[in-house]
Design a protein around this ligand. Structure first.
Ligand code: 5GP
Ligand code: MN
Length: 341
C-alpha cells in the first residue's frame, strides 16, 4: 500500500466524522469479496453508531449467508422502494470491489445521479473516474484487504472486531481461491494473521463456504466436467458451457457455478479457461488464466466486460452455441499468447 493511499485513507477517516448517513454498494452478482468487504465496512461504521446500509443490485449466494448481519443487506432487485429512499438520504457512498458505475447493474442509473460524496475502495485495474476519493490498488489480493488497511489505519489498531475479521477473512479467501492466486505478497498473510488474532475462525469459514454444496450442485459440477467441458490442447485452452436445460435439471441456484471455471486450469498445459452460462437474454462469460495471458483485455475486447489479468467476466449476446463457436475461432488468433508463456 503506497503513501498516496495512506493519505486518502486518513482523509476519508476524518471525513467520516462529518457525515451521518452512509450507503455501501457492491457489484452486480456479488461474490465473496463484494459481500465480505462491504459487510466488514458495515460492521465498522455501525460500531461507530453511524446510520449505514449495504445495498447490492441483486442477490448473493447462500454459502455467504452465514456471515454476521448478512441478512441486513438490501437487495435492490427485491427491495426497490426501500433502497431508493435510503439512497436519496445518503451523504456519503462507498463503492467496494468494482471500478465503473456499469457494475452496479440496474442500480447504476439511479445511483449516478446521486448527490453524495463518493469513495471508491477497489482492486480492479483501470478504474473509471466517477468518485471524489479513490483507494484503488491493484497490487492487493482483494478489496477486503483494502478494507482491513482502511479500518486498521483509521483506528490505529492491527486487530479489528471479530465480526469484521470474519467478513474480511471470507473476502480474502474467496478472491484468492483459497490462496491459489493473487496472494504472493507477505502482507496478505500478515493481515490473515491479524484477522485470526481478532477472533476469525479460518477453518470454520472455509467449511461454511466450500463444504456446504447441495447434492444438486455437486451433480452439476460432475456433469459440467464430464459432459459439458471441451478441451482444446492445441490452444492451451478449455471451456465449459451450460445451457438453461442443464441448469434446470440440477435445480440451479445463484452461486452454484461459482469456482467451476477454475477446474479446467488443473489440466496440465491448459492456461486459459472459459465458462459460458446461458441466461434468458445473454450468455454470462467467466474467464480465467494461469499465466500472464490477460483475460481482462480479452473480456473488454470481446464480451463488454473486464476484471483482472487472471480472472475476468462479461456477457455474450449471441446464442450459447454461437458463443462457443466464436470463442473457438478467437482462440486461433490468441494461440501464441496463450501457449507461449
Ligand atoms: P466472475 O467470472 O467470477 O463473474 O468474475 C471474475 C472477475 O471479473 C471479477 O473480478 C469480476 O468483478 C469481473 N467481472 C465479471 N463480470 C464482469 C463484467 O460484466 N464487467 C466487468 N467490468 N467485470 C466483470
Ligand atoms: Mn474482489
Amino acid at each position: 500500500m503506497n503513501s498516496i493511499h495512506r493519505k486518502t485513507i486518513l482523509e476519508v477517516g476524518i471525513l467520516l466524522k462529518t457525515q451521518q448517513n452512509f450507503v455501501i454498494f457492491g457489484h452486480v452478482n456479488p461474490d465473496g469479496d463484494a459481500i465480505g468487504s462491504t459487510l466488514a465496512l458495515y460492521h465498522y461504521l455501525k460500531s461507530k453508531e453511524y446510520n449505514v446500509f449495504v445495498i447490492m443490485p441483486n442477490d448473493f449466494p447462500d454459502f455467504l449467508k452465514f456471515l454476521p448481519l448478512s441478512s441486513d443487506i438490501i437487495i435492490y432487485e427485491k427491495q426497490k422502494k426501500e433502497a431508493e429512499k435510503i439512497i436519496k438520504e445518503t451523504s456519503l457512498s462507498f463503492y467496494c470491489d468494482f471500478n465503473e458505475p456499469k457494475r452496479l447493474g440496474n442500480l447504476s442509473e439511479l445511483e449516478i445521479k446521486l448527490d453524495s460524496i463518493k469513495v471508491l475502495i477497489d482492486h480492479h485495474p483501470q478504474p473509471s473516474k466517477f468518485v471524489d476519493y479513490s483507494i484503488s490498488d491493484t497490487s492487493v489480493s482483494s478489496t477486503s484487504e483494502l478494507i482491513y488497511e482502511f479500518i486498521s489505519q483509521v483506528e490505529n489498531s492491527a486487530t479489528v472486531l471479530k465480526e469484521i475479521a470474519e467478513c474480511l477473512m471470507a473476502g480474502i479467501i474467496t478472491d484468492t481461491g483459497l490462496f491459489h492466486h493473487n496472494s504472493s505478497n507477505p502482507r496478505t498473510f500478515e493481515i490473515i494473521a491479524n484477522l485470526i488474532k481478532s477472533g476469525a475462525d479460518k477453518d470454520l469459514i472455509i467449511n461454511q463456504i466450500y463444504n456446504t454444496y447441495s447434492y444438486d450442485r455437486m451433480k452439476l459440477l460432475g456433469s459440467s466436467l464430464f459432459n459439458w467441458m471441451r478441451v482444446l490442447p492445441e490452444y492451451g485452452s478449455a471451456y465449459i458451457y451450460l445451457s438453461k436445460e442443464v441448469l434446470k435439471k440440477y435445480k440451479y441456484q445463484i452461486g452454484d457455478t461459482e469456482g467451476l471455471v477454475n477446474y479446467p486450469l488443473s489440466i496440465s498445459g491448459i492456461n486459459f479457461s472459459a465458462l459460458f452460462v446461458e441466461h434468458d437474454d445473454y450468455v454470462k462469460v467467466s474467464l480465467r488464466s494461469k499465466n500472464s495471458f490477460d483475460t481482462n483485455l480479452f473480456a473488454r475486447e470481446h464480451y463488454k466486460g473486464g476484471g483482472h489479468i487472471n480472472a475476468s467476466g462479461g456477457k455474450s449476446f449471441v446464442s450459447l452455441s454461437e458463443t462457443t463457436k466464436l470463442f473457438t475461432k478467437l482462440l486461433s488468433k490468441y494461440k501464441s499468447e496463450i501457449i507461449e508463456q
